[in-house]
Design a protein around this ligand. Structure first.
Ligand code: NDP
Length: 493
């Protein structure tokens, strides 16, 4: 293992461990590709066992002293890190765009800023990790929220900075340390979070970032020094990670995939519903876990909705992600592009109609990128593959419905339960339907907004536990109860 200085370009060192960038070229190389052009922009190396060991050991060293600090002091470090991220937002957003291909117009407002907001929010709450006191006659008991220890964070590739911060902020605020493994596809941004936390005053080792594929994630979940695993990823990976954590009775948070319903009733404000459907399907080129990809539209407004949706979608500015006028970028990987194209072909075979999009983009300079235009399918039925499986791409399926009870039943007829949307002007219907939908997060007349003060997470196969809000602090602590005897001790003999 050798130390390297971090050059101010994209060729970062691979890992950030014990307060500094480290490299170990014995690890298998992982190419970092700019999805817009297909060019290799950096190479990192998979963590070797020595790197994994160094990361866990230094996190364990840092954690005890960090947990012993006053919560206000912990919070101050997180809030300082938030300020640094806000100040460096443009630079970090450009890096996020290189890592993911998402347009700068999005990354400037939704990625580093969302990460900073998490550090700010949990930094504010760090002084408020409290227990309860209870009386039992003359005796009493009190509870203490204790940190879990060293936690592992494992991230997906669609929101690399946000995911790193959404996991780190509540973990560190409550006195834990974290070893974070980004997706092998987007390894660059989490390193910056680690660098910034050190600049903000975090002790070395408190937040380490190591690179690698699934095997490195598995090495973390299997290590007995890891007390909790927080994963953002697909349902199949979630099952493996959950099973691995269960072997040692570890705590878990699982933020997994979805196939969320988006309900448009006949009385909905159609322009708002169209805007919501665009946000729910085409933001980040559709690579958003909570997307409302099954768009159920009442028969009375179906044709009008589809016409407006098609017209609006065709105005999307698709192209150079670094141009701030661009709305829509490439898929993040060739593999994901292949999945989207396969789903579109299957949907056509099964009888759906592509009313717009689903085409490769031929633009000078971007020929080798992973481009596909936003696609709207009509005539989709519940049985079709595209209505049952997560696509994780810009494919919006329109399904027709007639009755409220019918659409609620169809919306719930899925193994997933991440999110749902309801567009209606009828207040009673909005809440009645929301109460029946089997989903962790439901938006009424809005979609995909996730302010930090609001819990976010899935039910059914979409996950367990919640991120954000005060609730996330519970998922990074456990309750210790202390019983206090105030009188004589009675015994049978
Ligand atoms: P994956 O499930 O493929 O991977 C998620 C992470 O787990 C990656 O870092 C991956 O490493 C790692 N990993 C893979 N196998 C193992 C293992 N056996 N043990 C430990 N870690 C492992 O997801 P994607 O990266 O493809 O992300 C897309 C998925 O994430 C979609 O299903 C999406 O819905 C979901 N998602 C959920 C969100 C939520 O909050 N609910 C938010 C964003 C995405 P590597 O990639 O390097 O192989």
């Amino acid at each position: 293992m050798t130390d390297t200085h971090f050059p101010k370009d994209l060729a970062t060192a691979s890992h950030f461990v014990d307060g500094r960038y480290v490299e170990d070229t014995d690890g298998a190389p992982i190419k970092v590709i700019y999805p817009a052009t297909g060019e290799t922009i950096a190479t990192v190396h998979e963590a070797t066992p020595a790197i994994v060991e160094a990361a866990i050991a230094s996190a364990a060293r840092a954690q005890a002293d960090w947990a012993a600090l006053d919560g206000t002091a912990r919070g101050r470090v997180l809030r300082r890190a938030a300020e640094i991220i806000f100040a460096r937002n443009r630079e970090l957003s450009i890096l996020e765009t290189y890592d993911t291909g998402k347009p700068l117009q999005e990354t400037l407002v939704a990625d580093a800023t969302s990460g900073a907001e998490a550090l700010e929010y949990f930094g504010g709450l760090a002084a408020d990790v409290t227990g309860e006191a209870m009386r039992f006659g003359g005796d009493w008991a009190y509870t203490i929220r204790r940190p879990l220890g060293v936690c592992a964070g494992i991230g997906a590739w669609n929101y690399p900075t946000q995911i790193a911060c959404w996991k780190a902020a509540p973990a560190l605020a409550t006195g834990n340390a974290m070893v974070f493994k980004p997706s092998e596809t987007t390894p660059l941004c989490a390193l910056k979070v680690a660098e910034i936390l050190i600049e903000a005053g975090a002790p070395p080792g408190l937040f380490n970032v190591i690179q690698g594929r699934g095997a490195v994630g598995a090495a973390l979940t299997e290590d007995p020094r890891i007390a909790k695993v927080s994963l953002t990823g697909s349902v199949p990976t979630g099952r493996k990670v959950y099973a691995s954590a269960a072997a040692q009775m570890k705590h878990v948070t699982m933020e997994l995939g979805g196939k969320s319903p988006f309900l448009v009733f006949a009385d909905a404000d159609l322009d708002d519903a169209v805007s919501g459907a665009i946000n729910a399907n085409f933001y980040s080129s559709g690579q958003v876990c909570s997307n409302g990809t099954r768009v159920f539209v009442h028969g009375d407004v179906h044709d009008a909705f589809v016409a407006r949706l098609k017209a609006r979608t065709e105005t999307a500015v698709i192209g150079d992600p670094m141009d701030e006028a661009t709305h829509f970028g490439p898929m993040t990987t060739q593999a994901q592009l292949d999945i989207v194209e396969r789903h579109l072909a299957t949907a056509r075979d099964e009888g759906a109609t592509v009313v717009t999009g689903g085409e490769r983009l031929e633009r000078p300079g971007f020929e080798a990128g992973y481009w596909i235009t936003p696609a709207i399918l009509t005539g989709v039925t519940d049985e079709m593959t595209v209505a049952r499986e997560e696509v994780f791409g810009p494919v919006l399926s329109v399904l027709r419905f007639e009755e409220e009870a019918e659409v609620v039943a169809r919306a719930n007829a899925t193994e997933f339960g991440l999110s749902a949307g309801v567009f209606t002007r009828d207040l009673s219907r909005a809440h009645r339907v929301a109460a029946q939908l089997e989903a962790g997060t439901i938006w009424i007349n809005q979609y995909n907004l996730t302010p930090l003060g609001m819990p976010f997470g899935g039910s059914k196969q979409s996950g367990i536990g919640r991120e954000n809000a005060r609730l996330a602090m519970d998922h990074f602590t456990e309750t210790q109860t202390v019983y206090v005897g105030m009188g004589p001790v009675e015994a049978a003999f």
